[in-house]
Design a protein around this ligand. Structure first.
Ligand SMILES: Nc1ncnc2c1ncn2[C@@H]1O[C@H](COP(=O)(O)OP(=O)(O)OP(=O)(O)O)[C@@H](O)[C@H]1O
Length: 301
């Protein structure tokens, strides 16, 4: 698989504090990569290192298959569009005037500008002053500015922050359209729900460390849901289980955590051999949000 971004042991320390710790990012070409983690987990710091806005303390970065170095940096950054922190744009200028500033700065064609504006569907708002834009419109203008140079990689830091559900939905669709058009998108959020269905690859960060990286399906497989047992006498069932088993009584059932398939089948066999009456054994349904919360509040995989 070819990776658009790949880092090895990337770390950032401020004084004695490590805020990004030994990160091995792998962002496949053409995906929407959801970079998730609670506030302060190191997402912005990582993105800024990828964009050479801050210098890593250690580790290496490869972009488009080439090491990021003093010599390659300028050229590689030319292929990356980004939106970091608050949306850019001069409030006293119209959307169109802002886009003209970008056009002149980067020496872009009229077609490149109109393609970017059309992609974010801001055409009808271009003659309005940016200070009169809604937050969602400002974010879309910021994305248009990042898109105008037709980057292969787009890095967006919390683009849905502060948006209402309709605005979030619009950004989600936009990201999907971009990825379908061949742009690799890395997008951060502290709320899984905001990019849940858009991202096909997830990286989950907590305390500067990557807790999980892979597809949504791999995440579900790696975080096996709890097993719930309905039995004739749940209290008795619990007493039959080894004290090391992570089990507790809940709603008239016994809920057992951290069991893989082999462990579950052994546990059921042991209970049946001990004469326990089991009516039902099933895996708890869990949402991606549950998995995320479990991971980022110390559960680990
Ligand atoms: N210049 C700095 N000096 C010292 N500490 C810093 C600096 N920049 C960031 N940090 C710390 O690094 C940690 C990670 O911050 P970062 O902004 O990367 O997190 P984040 O996941 O993007 O969170 P948020 O969503 O709140 O922006 C935080 O604890 C922050 O206080």
């Amino acid at each position: 698989m070819s990776f658009v971004v790949s880092t090895d042991h990337l770390s950032k320390r401020y004084g004695g504090t490590t805020v990004v710790n030994d990160l091995n990012l792998r962002i496949p070409e053409g995906c929407v990569y959801g970079f998730l983690g609670p506030n302060g987990s190191g997402k912005s710091t990582t993105m800024k290192m990828l964009l050479s806005l801050i210098r890593p303390s250690s580790g290496t970065i490869e972009v488009f298959g080439e090491p990021m170095s003093r010599h390659s940096r300028r050229r590689l950054l030319g292929g990356i569009g980004s939106l970091i922190e608050s949306p850019p744009g001069y409030g006293h200028l119209t959307g169109a005037e802002n886009m003209r500033v970008v056009q002149r700065l980067l020496g872009l064609s009229d077609q490149q500008i109109s393609f970017a504006v059309d992609t974010v569907r801001l055409g009808e708002q271009m003659n309005k002053k940016v200070r009169n834009y809604s937050l969602g419109m400002k974010q879309r203008l910021g994305i248009a500015m990042a898109l105008a140079r037709q980057p292969r990689l787009l890095i967006l830091d919390e683009p849905t922050n502060g948006l209402d559900p309709a605005g979030i939905d619009e950004i989600r669709h936009l990201l999907r359209r971009l990825a379908d058009g061949g742009v690799t998108v890395m997008v951060s959020s502290h709320l899984l729900g905001e990019i849940d269905k858009t991202a096909n690859v997830l990286g989950i960060l907590s305390g500067g460390q990557m807790l999980f990286q892979g597809t949504r399906e791999e995440l579900f497989t790696a975080s096996m849901p709890d097993l719930r047992l309905s039995t004739a006498d749940p209290r008795h069932t619990r007493s039959l289980l080894n004290s090391a088993t992570d089990a507790h009584l809940e709603g008239g059932t016994v809920r057992v955590s951290s069991l893989d398939h082999a462990g579950a089948s052994q546990l059921i066999r042991d209970l049946v051999n001990a004469g326990d009456e089991i009516y039902e054994a099933r895996r708890e349904e869990q949402s991606l949000e549950d998995v995320f919360m479990h991971l980022t509040t110390g559960g680990g995989l």
